[in-house]
Write a protein that binds this ligand. Sequence first.
Ligand code: AMP
Length: 187
Amino acid sequence: MRVVLMGPPGAGKGTQAVVVAERLGIPHISTGDIFRANVSQGTPLGVEAKRFMDAGEYVPDDVTNAMVRDRLTHDDCAPGFLLDGYPRTLEQVGELDSMLTASGSTIDRAVELTVDIDEVVVRLVKRAQEQGRADDTEDVIRRRLEVYAEQTAPLTAVYAERGLLVQVDGMGAVDDVTARLLAALGA
Ligand code: AMP
């Protein structure tokens, strides 16, 4: 199963993606996690990505697309994958389509976690305090939500048009949200 997980920053995508991917027996691919790993290892990719991440902006499409293109060629992706935080722009949607076309496959489901925006800000501020994430100061949080609304929210329409979109209520207890997600994915 090839799944795209969408939703604003703070919707709980990362937490849910880990559990859902495990239950489906597919790798969890988080572009944010890959960028953060590169930042902490000080790789050239990390150095390039960091200045965008710290400002709450998206890393340029060509950089992000090349990274995902490489990741999807790994053997563990043969049975499918759960993409967390990708695609985030229309260009990335097109690029993902071409990666999949090349291997004769398609996305099976796009899941959007829906949340109350005020609740999201509370969650992000709390996470920033707990994890000391440099990309989670209050100004940056606001900017990340703006960028999501401008560039990524419109992507749900693309997947809806293809009949692939399911919206899942992301509010409430973590286990309840997981159960809703698994049900939406028919698992
Ligand atoms: P995340 O943990 O998914 O919220 O990602 C953290 C940061 O990594 C984002 O705020 C972006 O700066 C960058 N990032 C992650 N995924 C993407 C993507 N698909 N396109 C561009 N930038 C991304």
